[in-house]
Write a protein that binds this ligand. Sequence first.
Ligand code: ZN
Length: 333
Amino acid sequence: MKKKFLSISFVILLITGSISLVFAWGSWGHKHISRASVFALPKGMQEFYYNHIDFITENAVVPDLRRGLLNDRNEGPRHYIDIEDFGNIPLSSFPKTTKEVYKKYDSSFLNRTGYLPWYIQNITEKLTLAFKKRNKSEILFLSAELSHYVADAHMPLHTSSNHDGQLTNQKGVHALWESTLPQMFGDAYNFKTEQAKYINDIPAETWKIIAQSHSLVDTLLAIEKKVRNSFTDDNRYKKDSAGKPVMFYNSPVFSDEYAMQFNKALGGMVEQQLRLSIYDVACFWFTAWVNGGSPNLLSLDDPHLTKQNRKNYRRELGAWKKGKLLNLSIERE
Ligand SMILES: [Zn+2]
């Protein structure tokens, strides 16, 4: 497993997150969410996670790299669930657990609809096991992985078959919401959340997150439609010096004014979902640790490392308490 980390980390270095506009939260969002989650952990876990905070921050985007860059076919459906494709059934009737879902649906169906809520449960179980085994590299790798999928579940369009507004003539709304807006306005976000709490029922919590996220889909799309209609084809998109639309992955890039108006009309929805992600990631990590027997994590690290990091740890924790994240420089896309 260690070897795999190294090669994937190397890939990240090479491509510096440049494909992230295509996927949930983009690298800006995923990195900020996982880094902030470290500070929402209780004391007993926090310093260990801080010792590895850069690893966790960087590796939070790895699932999207597997999906995009490495073209791993198994990866895609882990990132979303197209609720509408299950037919007209209420969320409360969906199979709650991984065990239940495979009794009702086969994997080829789930590969089309996506199975994000069940995959979150899978990774949580694996992380719990890693804590039980006190396997440091697995704990860190799986913590970063889990942060990715929990964060994806908070992106409303990851719960809908109209995931890029393609069914309602709103193409481009996905990346605009999750990448462009946080990058443009995220410096003003408040990254401080409540401290993580223990989750009594992991499947129920997973579905609570999906339900909250899915409840925003119609509002999000209605707001975008309204803003879209208040612009013309001429001023909706960015133009180059020759007056031609700027393209990214075969899609025209929205103008700054358009992004600004959409952000204003959303009234804080992106920041709210990002903050919920931070808190929930920390809750899932904490719960896996408790269920894994609450091992003494700092004993897995060289005491010199902990000592060396202490000054920076206190500084970053202090900044987070004021809502800020330090030491996170991210390339603009
Ligand atoms: Zn993703």
